[in-house]
Design a protein around this ligand. Structure first.
Ligand code: HEC
Ligand code: HEC
Length: 191
């Protein structure tokens, strides 16, 4: 009985599937499960993409696709194989044109702010909308994601393909300082 009911339902479902036009399915929907449809993700494992610089998003997607960035637990390197090359700028523009996420308030940001300044990070990460298009915004990013990236830089699990060694100042920094920098950056509003 159950099998017959299932067969009946399968018959009903078939025409709807046949009507489905994949060209009407925007490529950024593929990213929404992890990054959120509007670029605000649900957990710190997945970075917010909303309001990020489009050239940076595009460069990272290409880095995952070409095997230059592999610190993703296998998730991005798998999913980018589903993107057609012409979809990459389109998807980057979709996320870049969304609002930046709201900041994540933290109790104490003074230590992180001082470390960020002392380590010379602001020379590149200036939080200006018209800054270097390949230097990512770090403000209003998920703190756990920022922390992981800094640990990955320190432990040599991630490097900037175009200019290795940008983060050598992180080599001597302890875990507590990295956590403090992440909390400070996440609590700052995007300018
Ligand atoms: C199954 C989950 C998943 C899906 C689906 C997914 N991503 Fe990701 N993405 C990740 C993870 C995890 C990371 C962070 C990897 C790390 O820790 O470095 C990431 C990182 C990124 C980054 C780097 C962000 C930064 O600030 O450096 C970009 C850009 C990105 N994803 C774009 C996309 C796009 C575009 C799509 C859709 C085609 C997509 N992702 C689909 C899991 C996913
Ligand atoms: C000389 C310029 C430069 C300096 C100095 C610099 N960065 Fe970066 N940073 C970059 C660039 C470029 C990237 C993107 C790397 C890539 O293309 O993968 C980046 C990426 C990052 C990311 C990853 C963001 C993301 O969305 O995945 C974090 C976190 C970060 N930097 C933190 C820092 C901290 C903390 C310092 C100070 C110790 C610092 N950076 C100093 C240029 C710089």
């Amino acid at each position: 009985m159950a099998a017959r009911a299932f067969a009946f339902l399968a018959c009903l479902a078939t025409p709807a599937l046949a009507d489905y036009d994949p060209s009407q399915y925007p490529a950024y929907e593929t990213c929404a499960l992890c990054h959120g449809l509007f670029g605000v993700s649900h957990t710190g494992k997945f970075p917010n993409l909303g309001g990020q610089k489009p050239a940076y998003i595009e460069a990272q997607v290409r880095a995952f696709r070409d095997g230059h960035r592999t610190n993703d637990g296998g998730q991005m390197v798998t999913i980018v194989t589903e993107l057609q090359p012409e979809d990459i700028p389109f998807v980057a523009d979709w996320f870049a044109s969304q609002d930046a996420p709201a900041p994540y308030p933290a109790e104490d940001t003074a230590v992180g702010e001082a470390s960020f300044a002392d380590l010379g990070c602001a020379a590149c990460h200036d939080n200006l909308p018209d800054g270097d298009p390949l230097v990512p915004h770090l403000t209003s990013q998920k703190p756990a994601y920022l922390e992981k990236q800094m640990l990955d830089f320190r432990e040599d699990r991630r490097d900037a393909p175009s200019a290795p060694g940008l983060h050598k100042n992180l080599l001597s920094v302890d875990d507590g300082t990295i956590e403090a920098i992440a909390a400070y950056l996440a609590a700052e509003a995007r300018s």
